[in-house]
Design a protein around this ligand. Sequence first.
Ligand SMILES: CC(C)(COP(=O)(O)OP(=O)(O)OC[C@H]1O[C@@H](n2cnc3c(N)ncnc32)[C@H](O)[C@@H]1OP(=O)(O)O)[C@@H](O)C(=O)NCCC(=O)NCCS
Length: 386
Amino acid sequence: MAGDGTQDKELSAEKQAQRGLKGVVAADSRICDVNGEIGQLIYRGYDIDDLAVNSTFEEVAYLLFQGELPNSSQLSDFEKQLSEQSELEPPILEFLKSLPRETPPMTALRSAVSMSGVYDPQAEDNSPEANFQKSIRMTAEMATMVAAIRRLRDGLEPIAPKPGLSHAANFMYMLNGEVPSDDAAKAMDLILILHAEHGLNASTFAARVIAATLTDIYSAITGAIGALKGPLHGGANTEVLRTLEEVGSVSNVKGWVDGVRARKGKFMGFGHAVYLVEDPRAKHLKELSRRLSVETGDARWYEISVEMEKDVRALINKPVNVDFYSASLQHYMGIPGDLFTCVFAASRIVGWCAHVLEQVADNKIIRPSSNYVGPALRKTVPLASR
Ligand SMILES: CC(C)(COP(=O)(O)OP(=O)(O)OC[C@H]1O[C@@H](n2cnc3c(N)ncnc32)[C@H](O)[C@@H]1OP(=O)(O)O)[C@@H](O)C(=O)NCCC(=O)NCCS
């Protein structure tokens, strides 16, 4: 027994806590399959490689929410709803304007989403139809919020959404103030498709735990944003960009890689908790990064990335993950590094909402137990005697 009376309990294997719940199956889900051994990611039965080439973000969002790809009238109706709901309520814009300039973008986003629930008359309606409507509304609003956060932080007026643009093109338009080229809009569309869903990752699990209490969907999404904000989850691509900037040129890569190895540091953008082979999303982002490096006439960030991938892989035998090439890609698209996690959230909102819809449709409160390893039973000592 330890000095504070803590018992050193011998626990049978099945009673021992699984740290981080690694390998624990916590739900049956029809939404997504992540196969880490062969590097395959499937949304509702469709391989991400297939969706990346043959669908738009709007089609993927509908698929994740509803279980099937839309037909053309379902798609145009869904696109119309997304477009109509992308404008922010005036109090939300005023709230974002009132925040201190140095507010971290994810903190601003988390608070704005929470506040958006205040102005949604359907917020407390947990019926499947109301939750579907709210999922569309949150997906629509999130891109507008992220763009407004970026512009206000830079001392610029937010830009209202432009009817007639795709969701991805509108997002770019509101971020940068000009209608993007077809290639730039396609790049954003692909980023949104590839980040939309990834099984029971930390933020999605958080959303399901919150939703399972049968509270409102805004509470679940606010909690998910809080989880994504953590550096162990959504922040790695920001770190990759920082690394590329620190390295600065292809000729510095080898020295930098050796330096990280010598101090036993981590190579950001390499390795994955589930994928044992290359993350299936990475090759799409790499190809887009290459294309934009040619289009912008600024090959430096792509070339440093390629050299780093080669050297690090040879050294630690870990392939790149989704965050590695998304850093140079988003940099080419003019998105500042500290906004990368917000762009991630503007896509993952779809996966979060799909999981909330699934959880509420067949709900059971999520309440695991813990092994008590604290002090053995004891009596209080009167205050004067302690
Ligand atoms: C993603 C990550 C957290 C997965 O961690 P994990 O599940 O423990 O991964 P593994 O079981 O493959 O790790 C085995 C060993 O390789 C090391 N390793 C894994 N990724 C590494 C990396 N990027 N750089 C250096 N060493 C790494 C680990 O430190 C571990 O060694 P140790 O525990 O003896 O120190 C980890 O790969 C990492 O930190 N990557 C960098 C951050 C990143 O890119 N995150 C975004 C993920 S999408």
